[in-house]
Design a protein around this ligand. Structure first.
Ligand SMILES: CC(C)(COP(=O)(O)OP(=O)(O)OC[C@H]1O[C@@H](n2cnc3c(N)ncnc32)[C@H](O)[C@@H]1OP(=O)(O)O)[C@@H](O)C(=O)NCCC(=O)NCCS
Length: 152
């Protein structure tokens, strides 16, 4: 499956915003719309959405990144549950990584729940390595985070 990636911003279509908030809720739960609005309003954060090709009007995945000098935090990545394991997250990560490289970023960092086996498998496959653990980093439920890093 192939995907078209585009950036979401304050002027984006309302339907794209709603689709992106629905997808982000896989990561953050019920506060997704409020959180997405904050992210999109934050100039340090870039939000990218994926659509299936041939052109599909609806978004099926998103990635949110925050660049700080030579480092980039991957804040969230999520794909509609109906089309997982078809390469959408890989396409989003590749696009975001190209965007990062063009801006001088040398490494990507992220936190992931220890129990999130799908995400951990995804990141491992993409070449991320665990560099630390953060005790009780997550709430609801409380859980440790693995900190992962990849040089790009
Ligand atoms: C993690 C997530 C983003 C992966 O998205 P995806 O579009 O399914 O990922 P891809 O299709 O690009 O997967 C690429 C590779 O990652 C690995 N992978 C992805 N999901 C996996 C899973 N559930 N189990 C094992 N390996 C997995 C595989 O190696 C896969 O390649 P393959 O399908 O050829 O074997 C998706 O499962 C998701 O949205 N999860 C819920 C949100 C979330 O937990 N996000 C991360 C923390 S916020």
């Amino acid at each position: 499956m192939q995907f078209e990636i585009s950036q979401l911003n304050i002027g984006s279509d309302r339907r794209d915003f709603d689709d992106a908030a629905g997808i982000l809720s896989f990561c953050v739960g019920s506060g997704a719309a409020r959180q997405l609005k904050e992210y999109i309003s934050n100039r340090a954060v870039s939000v990218f959405g994926a659509r299936r090709l041939p052109p599909d009007r609806r978004l099926c995945g998103i990635i949110l990144i925050m660049i700080s000098f030579e480092s980039c935090d991957i804040l969230d990545i999520a794909v509609d549950s109906a089309i997982r394991r078809k390469g959408a997250a890989s396409a989003l990560l590749e696009y975001a990584s190209r965007y990062c490289k063009e801006r001088g970023v040398r490494e990507q960092l992220l936190e992931v729940r220890l129990s999130n086996t799908a995400a951990r498998a995804f990141y491992e496959r993409a070449g991320f390595e665990e560099i630390a653990r953060r005790k009780n980093y997550y709430s609801d439920p409380v859980e440790d985070a693995a900190v992962l890093r990849r040089r790009i």
